[in-house]
Design a protein around this ligand. Sequence first.
Ligand SMILES: NC(=O)c1ccc[n+]([C@@H]2O[C@H](COP(=O)([O-])OP(=O)(O)OC[C@H]3O[C@@H](n4cnc5c(N)ncnc54)[C@H](OP(=O)(O)O)[C@@H]3O)[C@@H](O)[C@H]2O)c1
Length: 308
Amino acid sequence: MPKAYAYTHNGGPETEAFIERDRPEPGPGQLLVAVRAAGVNPVDWKLRNGFRRPGAPETPLPAVFGSEIAGEVVALGPDVTGFAVGDAVFGNPVGGGYAEYALLPASIAAHKPEALSFADAATLPVAAATAYDGLRQLALPTGSTLLITGVGGGVGVAAAQIARAFGLRVVGTASEGKKDFVEALGALHVPSAGGALADRVRAAAPGGTVDAVFDLVGGEVLAEVAELVEDRTKLITAADPPAALKLGGSPVQRARTAEVLDEVAKLVLSGALRPHVTATFPLQRAADALRTVEDGHARGKVVIEVGR
Ligand SMILES: NC(=O)c1ccc[n+]([C@@H]2O[C@H](COP(=O)([O-])OP(=O)(O)OC[C@H]3O[C@@H](n4cnc5c(N)ncnc54)[C@H](OP(=O)(O)O)[C@@H]3O)[C@@H](O)[C@H]2O)c1
């Protein structure tokens, strides 16, 4: 029977287990996909810990991990148009993605361009799409300076590169060990440790100011850098919506559309966006993949490759 990596109840890593489950039946509007790659994201362990997205129903347990996949269509549910068996696709699955088979709602799935690997495509539906949504929300004029906190992680590497493609100047906070990596993204690096973060960002930023903040860390880091932007419509976070709202900023508004997936895929094909998959694991080592992200200091993206 096909395998999937799941959590059996809410809690820590001890709740994780492989389960065997029947191949899911695609419902109306759904694609059944043979998963080739699944992106690993902090939300995966947060959901295991008990986090629930606002308005989301309670998740039936065991719940399979994973919110972004790429793979091949093996069956179509009723009322699917625009896709055929054999198509290579990527998107946000329902019912998990660390699995041999997953279900994708066809309305928000995209065709994978042939030149894009399955591993790279699997990094786009959550990390790159969040970066893209945030940058569109900020709608900064060319030449503006953007601060990205946590720039060396999954969303950050995409945000820095897309911002550069949009003609922005980027300052990014990251640990000292990621300095070269961050600079290779086209960003000015500010070490995240060392106190007086806002002052150090001012010292690094061209002209001593930043026009917007895209926060990917939250908590104290977000609170410290908020003072850098007077216009709080230019303060957004993917990491800590409650803290941003208290500071007058906002969470990233996710579009979750096939159009956004097509746009980020085009950026990869044009060479403007490199997904930076820095670690891959086979499905049997899903626990190690998740630990790498849960440790909080992954470099770029971690991907699980299925069927290797
Ligand atoms: N709302 C959404 O739809 C959405 C979508 C995607 C992500 N998110 C959220 O956005 C956040 C970032 O996601 P991600 O995938 O980029 O995560 P990630 O790959 O783990 O990257 C986060 C970065 O934050 C830095 N960091 C961690 N702890 C820190 C601390 N105490 N002080 C300073 N920097 C710290 C790390 O950089 P160093 O190694 O350099 O310290 C790491 O590279 C997560 O909270 C995630 O859940 C939300």
